[in-house]
Design a protein around this ligand. Structure first.
Ligand code: ADP
Length: 220
């Protein structure tokens, strides 16, 4: 379903977020204080407007209240990020997402009412650390405190066994949520107990970090 989004601050993160949402078929309004950013993104979003998000009046004119979500992607200038987030909250936007560059920044954004906070650099750095630490971990996504979703090549001991035999859920609290098959390329979502693990499968698993780390060490 087509949604309406506004992205305030079209630096790296904001630029790719806004153009990515537009590519997915949504209506996207890009907002930045820098005319060059507006010029750059003009053809890649529904509309792009030059405005200072720290000015409540300038934002009011943009009818942000009707948006499904507004993302404040101003990282480097802390007071602008805070003021812009406050202004967007004051307008009564349903869902306000804000980008934070540090934990302290994130705490402030939470206190002033941001509904969701992204830490793109931190999350990407943690994922990169995980991937470099163990190249068999193909993807890593922090889930809730202490839990992650990882994509892993199966440890040798898994191959040829079905999920009932492996019993990961009872032994380790790990749920296999999907399996990516190489050839023919397809994804088996929420595989059932009789699913047999093959050598070239990629297992997508949700579970406690320590249990997943144990599997990562054993993976091929
Ligand atoms: P990134 O690290 O993702 O590139 P930056 O924090 O460097 O993010 O980019 C912030 C963007 O926000 C820049 O394009 C900047 O021009 C824009 N910006 C900064 N202050 C404001 C403001 N008050 N109103 C609107 N846009 C702003």
């Amino acid at each position: 379903m087509k949604k309406q989004f506004a992205v305030i601050g079209l630096g790296n993160f904001g630029f790719y977020l806004a153009s990515g949402l537009f590519q997915k078929g949504h209506e996207v309004l890009g907002i930045d204080i820098d005319p060059r950013k507006i010029q750059e993104i003009r053809d890649l979003v529904s509309s792009a407007v030059l405005a200072d998000a720290t000015d409540p009046q300038a934002l009011k004119e943009l009818e942000l209240g009707k948006m499904d979500a507004v993302v404040v992607s101003i990282g480097s200038v802390l007071n602008s990020s805070i003021l812009a987030t406050l202004n967007v909250k004051d307008i009564g936007v349903k869902h306000v997402v804000a980008k934070a560059v540090s934990d302290a920044h994130g705490r402030i954004l939470q206190k002033i009412g941001a509904d969701e906070i992204y830490f793109p650099e931190k999350d990407l750095a943690l994922a990169a650390a995980q991937r470099l630490d163990n190249p068999n971990v193909l993807d890593y996504l922090p889930f809730m405190a202490g839990y992650s979703i990882v994509q892993l090549t199966p440890p040798a001991a898994f191959i040829g066994k079905n999920l009932i035999e492996l019993d990961l859920i009872n032994r380790l609290g790990i749920q296999v949520i999907a399996v990516i098959k190489a050839a023919p390329e397809n994804v088996v979502m929420i595989p059932t107990g009789n699913f047999v693990v093959k050598k070239n499968d990629i297992l997508v698993m949700l579970g406690p970090d320590d249990a997943l780390a144990g599997l990562e060490e054993k993976s091929n």
